[in-house]
Design a protein around this ligand. Structure first.
Ligand code: XIL
Length: 299
């Protein structure tokens, strides 16, 4: 195969990218994106601030632009993301307690109703665990509504769109030895044992010198998959874009039958949220970098 998407499809997987609505008019961008990728994640357009800027008033213009571009070009979509401490509209930031809990439920219902039956996956909850080495939950306004907020979000999501696969998504959970990884693992184990509806775990894969690609990433993916959920690499970017690191991440996914696909967090380095790290597979001119060839060869 000569593209990432076709090569991944040959293994029964997808290869995706984060796509921005604001770049869909850039033909150099869309040419690469359409040629290489089979899955699309809207980079910002389906987040809470974008989809419900005023309470109860939903706005899907930008989300639909990304969704329609994907659908018109035969690509699947990962919805991102319904319940998260980040990129909340100001009105939600100011809520707490039962008012925020109900607002979260209404938000999930409102957004999922609009995209019902259209999205392959939803990141229902994003980044809910702490980075402090405790393995516990992140402090946030959502966490303050009660520890059951995550399972309430998943139960609400399942009822809203029974056809979407429902994922928990987080960063720095690639290393099996990390307390954060163990905290998420124990939550997923608890959910699957109690019948809380969860179908998948997304490993963001934002790697840099402080969070290098761990040698045990395949073990982590395998251990989560053994709980009965799909796993995926959902926001991959690697500072410096080492070809070896990119190949190792690709191989870790391929070694796990329930690893369903890999998504890179942008197309060209200049599109990246961390453009100074030149972490992606295409340079600013749209040329394939050594990491691109390394991933293609590993697939
Ligand atoms: C980032 C986007 O790439 C930026 O454009 C935005 O300014 C901030 O959010 N984890 C996530 C993604 O789950 O939603 C984040 O995306 C990157 C970290």
């Amino acid at each position: 195969a000569t593209t990432l998407g076709a090569a991944a499809a040959g293994t029964g997987r997808y290869f995706g990218a984060a796509i921005s609505s604001g770049k869909l008019g850039d033909s150099a961008y869309t040419t690469i994106a359409n040629r290489e990728f089979t899955m699309v994640t809207p980079e910002n357009e389906m987040k809470w601030d974008a989809t419900e800027p005023s309470q109860g008033q939903f706005s899907f213009t930008a989300g639909d632009q990304v969704y329609n571009w994907a659908a018109q070009n035969g690509k699947q979509v990962r919805g991102h993301t319904l319940a998260w401490h980040g990129q909340q509209p100001g009105w939600a930031q100011g809520l707490g307690g039962s008012a925020l809990r109900q607002a979260m439920i209404n938000h999930i219902n409102g957004v999922m109703a609009h995209y019902k039956g259209k999205l392959a996956y939803w990141d229902v909850v994003n980044e809910a665990f702490a980075d402090d080495g405790s393995g516990g939950r992140r402090q946030s306004n959502l966490q303050a509504t009660g520890n059951d907020w995550i399972e309430v979000a998943f139960r609400t999501a399942r009822a809203a769109d029974p056809n979407a696969k429902l994922c928990y998504n987080d960063y720095n959970i690639e290393n099996w030895s990390a307390a954060k990884t163990q905290g998420v693992y124990n939550m997923v184990k608890d959910f699957t044992s109690r019948g809380v509806p969860i179908d998948c775990v997304g490993f963001q894969g934002h790697f840099n010198s402080g969070n290098p690609v761990p040698g045990n990433f395949q073990t982590t993916l395998q251990n989560f998959a053994a709980l009965g959920v799909d796993v995926a690499i959902t926001e991959l970017d690697i500072a410096g874009a080492s070809p070896t690191d990119y190949a190792n991440v690709t191989k870790a996914c391929l070694a796990v039958s329930r690893c369903v696909g890999i998504t890179v967090w942008g197309v060209r380095d200049t599109d990246s949220w961390r453009s100074g790290d030149t972490p992606l597979l295409f340079d600013g001119n749209g040329s394939k970098k050594p990491a691109y060839t390394s991933v293609l060869d590993a697939l």
